[in-house]
Design a protein around this ligand. Sequence first.
Ligand code: GLN
Length: 538
Amino acid sequence: MVSSLGKGLTAASIGYLLECRGIKIAMLKLDPYLNVDPGTMNPFQHGEVYVTDDGAETDLDLGHYYRYTHSPLTRASNATSGQIYDTVIKKERKGEYLGKTVQVIPHVTDEIKARIEACSVQEPDTEVVLVEIGGTIGDIESLPFLEAIRQFRHARPADCMNIHLTYVPYLKAAGEVKTKPTQHSVQALREIGIIPDMIICRCEQSLNEELKEKISLFCNVRKEAVIDEKDVEHSIYEVPGMLHRQGLDLMICEMLHLEKGTSDLSRWEKMVHSVLHPKGKVVIGIVGKYMDHQDAYKSVFEALHHGAAAAGVELEIRKFESDRIVENGSVEQAIGGCEGYLVPGGFGSRGWEGKILTAHYCRTKNIPYFGLCLGMQVMLVEFARYALGLKEAHSTEVDPNTPDPVVSMLAEQKQLQNLGGTMRLGAYPCELKPGSLAEQAYGKKLIWERHRHRYEFNNAYKKAFEEKGMLFSGKLERGELCEISEVAGHPWMLGVQFHPEFKSKPLEPHPLFCDFIRTILLHRTKVQSSVNQACSKS
Ligand code: GLN
């Protein structure tokens, strides 16, 4: 009905609940925009770009799917209008529609349906495909998708159901909850031939029986199929339990004629319980360029939350715009007061110097620092400038003429003309150095992590860095690319050229995020006990 209602989170929660009943699912996000993928969009436009193992740059909702479910997540899990039209037009040029006029219906809608089928055969024994359609009802661009869904159901009436997520606002001035917008959006759906079987209502407070009855009557769904999804107070991981308690998964099984199985949410509920009952708190500062945008660093926020929950503490994130650090003049004043800092990925020159100041502050004050992708490149440039004395060192992404290009373009990137989908993308194997922080955190020697970058550490400087105490603790398996670096002798200053945040789940928190937070807590205890000792001596 409107954007930002939490369709992705709701779809992921439904996926999780079905999995709890032993049902094998696959998830698919259909995005009505014309970009082939979100990779070329600004985070202000689109939020985070989520990268899959097979190197697809996808919608951030796939991150929710990853965190909540075990759905396969690949190139086949996200389709945009851009991709669909691209396929149809290529087929037309090849002559596959010879003699016909190529039209939205049936050619574009057929291609959409083919994507749903393709998603379902990625893994054997998949029972349910959950298809989430981006955008809102009434958008011109989402019409072909809704039409494809209508046709899909027309062909398999017993195997499909439609769930509509709506907003049921509480109007303060009137002191009333309003169901009219829901009635209107259901009407709009009916006009295009889609009849929802279930309505999930996003609302501030649970809906009372009377309101549910009203929605049921006006929207033509069973009363039990009017589910409320009220704003959660503390954690988005409360959503599955909330939906389950209203019988949502059971009802889906009935409607789709699936074996119900017995549902076991106990591991999840235990995790939620520990999130809701933390013992203490940790304060982490994130220094980035898009801090005002809620979704630009979605997976980073989530992964930090997972790490904090694993340590049994609450997480407070303080957000800092890197530009403002430079304007302020004092790093301490601009960002001081956190127990650890994280610099996430990014592109372009804006914000670099503020991030360098952050890395310098952390290194010289022994404050834990975690650099992700660009955050590692920043850490290396800072080290070159201040530990090696190469005052003008830089990444060639920002300064192509720097005399000391300690971060430079990957060789394979140099000949590329197109910018879309051409970075070093997807999962690569990385060997860890025995005894390093990284190896201890992962507890293994070979890891696979996902990448999305064009620049890398320049190995010509490796020896000079090592001599000054930089440990290159992870390198591409059977290759030389430096994937992880650590500052020796520092409590925890570690940078990774990949994006570990994409592989953290609440039930399987990522080892590096756990270790970062664990070290902060340990560091805190050490500092505290040395303060206590000093006090007792004096
Ligand atoms: N801009 C840097 C590069 O392309 C870092 C990319 C990132 O942080 N994802 O290498």
